[in-house]
Design a protein around this ligand. Structure first.
Ligand code: ATP
Ligand code: MG
Length: 242
């Protein structure tokens, strides 16, 4: 364990050709083992923030450091390598490959990282078991429910044991019961020590899943608060969905 933060942004700005900056001088740090929710209206810069942390995009100014790596300074090949080794990503619409089985989808990141097929398969099956979807290993994603697909996407994101799990509206396309399953999955992963950044519009999801909420308004940090026990109690109603 080191004391260095898992994520550290210093005065990070992202400007596109026209319009106001998508991110306007964001300074924040996240410790290893935290689950932090990023809350904000549409267009407030949430996905931009995740993209910079994942090295998918470069800031216009400021720094982005993840697990000791200056992500903003990586070239294309190193950036891809960094993502394969350190980042797992989950999106609203799953982004699974429809012509691969569940098992093959989950194995993709390991194979891209050059891990042997046998070892990749073992780990994929293990993950699918632990996420409760092992009976679907041979199915194609389109046959699964939304909640099942999202669990496959989470398994794929965890394949290379990433230091950091980034989730962008992972429950946005799910019904309330599947959303609750995914919420519980994120809680379990975090209690096992996984560092998670969870982007959401949903105040209740943020408060009931993450230990801390950072709210973006117009690309700037408007609020950065610990989610108190009373907050969790208030949002305990989310549990009543089941
Ligand atoms: N490639 C791009 N080119 C130009 N502007 C962009 C680009 N990507 C994002 N933006 C702008 O940056 C701002 C922040 O976008 P971002 O996607 O980060 O918002 P968001 O908070 O994720 O929104 P949503 O909740 O709708 O997903 C928006 O005004 C958007 O139009
Ligand atoms: Mg977004």
């Amino acid at each position: 364990m080191t004391n260095a933060p898992m994520i550290d942004l210093r005065d990070t700005t992202k400007k596109y050709a026209d319009g106001p900056p998508a991110l306007a001088g964001v300074t924040l740090s996240v410790a290893a083992g935290e689950c932090v929710a990023i809350l904000g209206h549409s267009g407030s810069g949430k996905s931009t923030l995740l993209n910079l942390i994942a090295g998918l995009d470069k800031p216009s100014s400021g720094t982005v450091t993840v697990d000791g790596t200056r992500v903003d300074q990586l070239g294309e090949a190193d950036s891809a390598r960094y993502r394969r080794a350190s980042i797992g990503m989950v999106f609203q619409f799953f982004n699974l490959l429809d012509d691969l089985t569940v098992l093959d989808n989950v194995m993709v990141p390991a194979q891209l990282a050059g891990i042997g097929k046998r070892e990749a398969k073992e780990r994929a099956v293990e993950l699918l078991e632990s996420l409760g979807i092992d009976r679907h290993v041979k199915a194609y994603p389109q046959r699964l429910s939304g909640g099942e697909r999202q669990r496959v996407a989470v398994a794929r994101a965890l394949m290379n044991e990433p230091a950091l799990l980034l989730a962008d509206e992972p429950t946005g396309a799910l019904d309330s019961s599947s959303a609750e399953d995914v919420r519980e999955l994120l809680l379990d992963l975090n209690s096992d020590g996984q560092t998670i950044l969870l982007v959401t519009h949903d105040v209740q999801l943020a408060a009931s899943t993450a230990g801390r909420t950072i709210e973006l308004v117009d690309g700037a940090v408007a609020r950065d608060v610990a989610n108190t026990v009373s907050g969790i109690t208030v949002n305990g109603s989310a549990g009543a969905v089941r």
